[in-house]
Design a binder for this molecule. Structure first.
Ligand SMILES: [Zn+2]
Length: 202
């Protein structure tokens, strides 16, 4: 049995959701995951200040300063990739890429972008411009139905169950773990071989 395209989209959006939790941005935590055409994870990122730049609460609370310094999740994922990205897919949460990130994604050879929404009060003009850019550049943009339910991808898509809902405890190797930890461990299994992902271990 092979999993559907929709299942994989949800799976990687769930992963991007996990990654977004690392962001210190008090207003919007964004996550991005890049996968190749074999569904192998190539890179990931979340929004934050550049390495070494002080991410104090005062700076993060000052929107003009924050916008001037912050690196978007998508840009971070593009920058951290250790291989060419031609033909790869970019997954982003909680919304689609802005026009600047779209420009970089196009230049890096991303062929498809997947996000839960293309609507946002503050970013709508950016999103509309990004959509136009993707269309002109021949990059597919798929807005898919998605809710932040980290347990979804653990279910059998033909027989959904709520056995592993968020907040439920699990026993792994004699340790009781919250389901969010179990999800993180599963991500580690998926990300096996990508050393960067080891930072997800709690
Ligand atoms: Zn952006």
């Amino acid at each position: 049995m092979s999993r559907s395209k929709a299942w994989w989209d949800t799976f990687f959006l769930d992963m991007a959701s996990h990654i977004s939790n690392a962001s210190l941005d008090p207003s919007t935590k964004c996550g991005a995951v890049i996968v190749d055409d074999q569904k192998r994870i190539v890179s990931m990122g979340y929004n934050g200040f550049p390495k070494g730049v002080e991410d104090s609460p005062e700076r993060l609370a000052n929107r003009p300063i924050k916008y001037s310094m912050i690196v978007h999740a998508e840009t971070n994922s593009l920058l951290f990739a250790q291989r060419p990205l031609t033909g790869c897919i970019l997954y982003t949460v909680p919304f689609m890429t802005c026009s600047r990130c779209a420009a970089l994604a196009i230049q890096c050879g991303i062929k498809r972008c997947v996000a839960p929404t293309d609507k946002h009060e503050r970013w709508q003009a950016e999103f509309d411009l990004a959509k136009q850019m993707y269309q002109e550049a021949g990059v597919a943009l798929d807005i898919v139905e998605y809710a932040h339910d980290l347990a979804r991808y653990t279910r059998n898509e033909t027989a959904p169950s709520n056995d592993e809902g968020v907040g439920k405890n699990h026993s792994v190797g004699g340790r009781i773990l919250q389901s969010s930890h179990v999800c993180a461990l599963r991500l580690l299994e998926v990300c096996k071989g990508i050393g960067r992902c080891l930072s997800l271990r709690r």
